[in-house]
Design a protein around this ligand. Structure first.
Ligand code: ZN
Length: 250
């Protein structure tokens, strides 16, 4: 089975459609590590697309805030404005979709992989550093954990001797369009990056393909119509900061 692994779509329909098109034929199922909405101009349409491909989705912090499960008090100013805007445009049906999203970790039936938004220890935690990655990997026996939230493609691995290694697109230690073999016996934390709001200085939408039979993962990027997405956000009067950052992927 091949999985398209995505995260942090953030209501960016142009980016999601580009990823689905670029990956067409390369996957059987879709896995999404949360933050379906927030920031972008098409929350309802993005939910429709994910439902249409029958994606397995867990909730992110923006999903919780947008459907009212959480207030947006801890969000920064522009993120909070986007959450409030999203609440105003979500249909009842789409709000129900967000309300019903399960909390991670969500584990595959064969216990080969699991999905979390922030980390295994806290769904809202930002998992950047090696110490936190080590604690997470020591806390689980599932070989592969996909996560989101930090909007940076990366891979942490812990081998049988307890040695941790990491690869980040930001440090240019992560390679694209190449199968990376996952060693049996090692445990992995893999972030496909963000579809709708990349933050590693590369504006292209980020995603990964996971082959559960060969045990390999491939990171990819897809160009999309950034200007089209920005125009919709401007029309919706979403914060200018959120509009600008799409052009830089920051
Ligand atoms: Zn996010």
């Amino acid at each position: 089975m091949r999985y398209l692994v995505i995260s942090d779509v953030h209501a960016n329909l142009e980016a999601l459609e580009s990823v689905l098109k670029a990956a067409q034929g390369a996957f059987d199922r879709v896995l999404c590590c949360g933050d379906v909405v927030g920031y972008g101009a098409n929350p309802n349409e993005v939910i429709d697309q994910l439902a249409a491909v029958q994606a397995t989705v867990i909730r992110g912090n923006h999903d919780k805030a947008a459907c009212g499960l959480d207030d947006a008090d801890l969000f920064n100013d522009s993120a909070r404005k986007a959450v409030l805007w999203t609440r105003g445009v979500l249909s009842a049906e789409h709000r129900a979709f967000l309300l019903n999203l399960p909390q991670g970790p969500r584990t595959s039936a064969n216990r080969q992989f699991q999905l979390v938004h922030g980390s295994l220890l806290d769904e809202d935690e930002y998992l950047y550093d090696r110490g936190d990655a080590y604690d997470n990997l020591m806390s689980t026996s599932i070989p592969v954990t996909f996560f989101g939230h930090i909007h940076l493609p990366c891979l942490f691995s812990l081998n049988r001797r307890g040695k941790l290694s990491s690869q980040f697109s930001l440090e240019e230690t992560l390679r694209y369009s190449l199968w990376i073999s996952l060693e049996p016996g090692n445990r992995y934390l893999i972030n496909p990056g963000s579809v709708g709001q990349p933050r590693d200085g590369d504006p292209r939408a980020a995603y990964a393909i996971f082959d559960s039979v060969t045990g390999a993962v491939m990171f990819e990027r897809a160009e999309y119509d950034v200007i089209g997405a920005q125009e919709k956000m401007r029309k919706a009067k979403l914060p200018e900061f959120l509009i600008q950052r799409l052009a830089f992927g920051e």
